[in-house]
Design a protein. Sequence first.
Length: 210
Amino acid sequence: MAGLDLSLVALYAASVVSLLVTPGPVTLLVLRAGLAGGMRHAFVTICGSNAASLILIFVSALLIKGLLVVDERVFSLVRLAGCLYIAWIALAMVREARAAPGTASAVQTTARAGFVGGFTLAISNPKDIVFFASFLPQFIAVLPSPDRSIGLLTGLWIVLDFATLGLLAFAMRRAVSPARERQLLLTSAVLLLAIGIGGFGHAAYELLGG
């Protein structure tokens, strides 16, 4: 591809993978889906989160071009709802972990529920719009055309997201025994609950003008 800055592509790829392997709500949800429903459920959950990412990246591109202005209060309201959803997922994971030994994997959801869960969780944090709007410009010179650069960076994000989260889910499912599965679900639930409570408090503080 003419004008492609390969060193910038490599730096972008390394940055994205580093971000994806850092434990966060979406990563924990995908791991939970892989443990509870197998790789098919993990895959549809990743599809849902990436559908949300496409929307967030599109909105971010509008912000970068100065074609859109967003109200911080709207961000905060959506974040409040998103944090409540994260807490609900955490409680569901606790219920799964408290199932009889070896039966946590039997608590499965439909593929549609996995897609909706991944999409809802990813879209419920509009601060990701600000993240993409500040992150993508660092690599906008990967191609001479800004529009083509955004297209390439978006495509790479999707590919790396599928590959990284898919490999994590596969490795976790292969490595974790039924007994350890309960422990992992409880640990993930605690992390998600902490993220939800912390995010709710921060969003409420911002909404009240703190």
